[in-house]
Ligand binder design. Structure first.
Ligand code: DQA
Length: 144
């Protein structure tokens, strides 16, 4: 099984950006965490981060026929991007949305998620562990 993990804009700044919200661990710590979760479960992981909406759309399209599941934290594009929503719908790969913070308890503009409309589950507010929950959901779903 192969899972694509996509992280959107400013997540490369983890550890530096708003540590009171996102914690003090770095983006490298996050990728190490995801790689370990996948390796422990015998799953291959492709991890991609971009600050550019079109690059994320391109990566989702490239996943067509190549991966069994997508974990996506679209970051700020969550709340704005119909293009990412449409890309997820276009490829029809089982997808799960993750947010480090609990977006439902933050500003109103973070309460809408376009990408989430194409996702089977959302894990928000669990920090790095949300990625583990998303990966485990996709593994379980794949096995059925
Ligand atoms: C985020 C929440 C978004 O609202 C924000 O724009 C981010 C990160 C999260 O992981 O909590 O960049 O997706």
């Amino acid at each position: 099984m192969r899972i694509l993990v996509i992280n959107g804009p400013n997540l490369n700044m983890l550890g530096i950006r708003e540590p009171g919200i996102y914690g003090s661990d770095s983006y490298a710590d996050l990728t190490t965490f995801i790689e370990k979760v996948c390796a422990d479960r015998g799953v291959e992981a492709d991890i991609f981060q971009s600050n550019h909406e079109g690059a994320i759309v391109d990566r989702i399209q490239a996943a067509y026929g190549a991966v069994d599941g997508i974990v996506i934290n679209p970051a700020a594009y969550t709340h704005t991007s119909v293009a990412i929503l449409d890309a997820l719908k276009a490829v029809s790969i089982p997808a799960v949305e993750v947010h480090l913070s609990d977006v439902s308890k933050r500003e109103d503009f973070r309460h809408i998620s376009y990408a989430g409309m194409a996702c089977e589950r959302t894990y928000a507010g669990y920090g790095f562990d949300g990625y583990r929950l998303a990966i485990e959901y996709l593994i379980e779903r794949h096995g059925k």
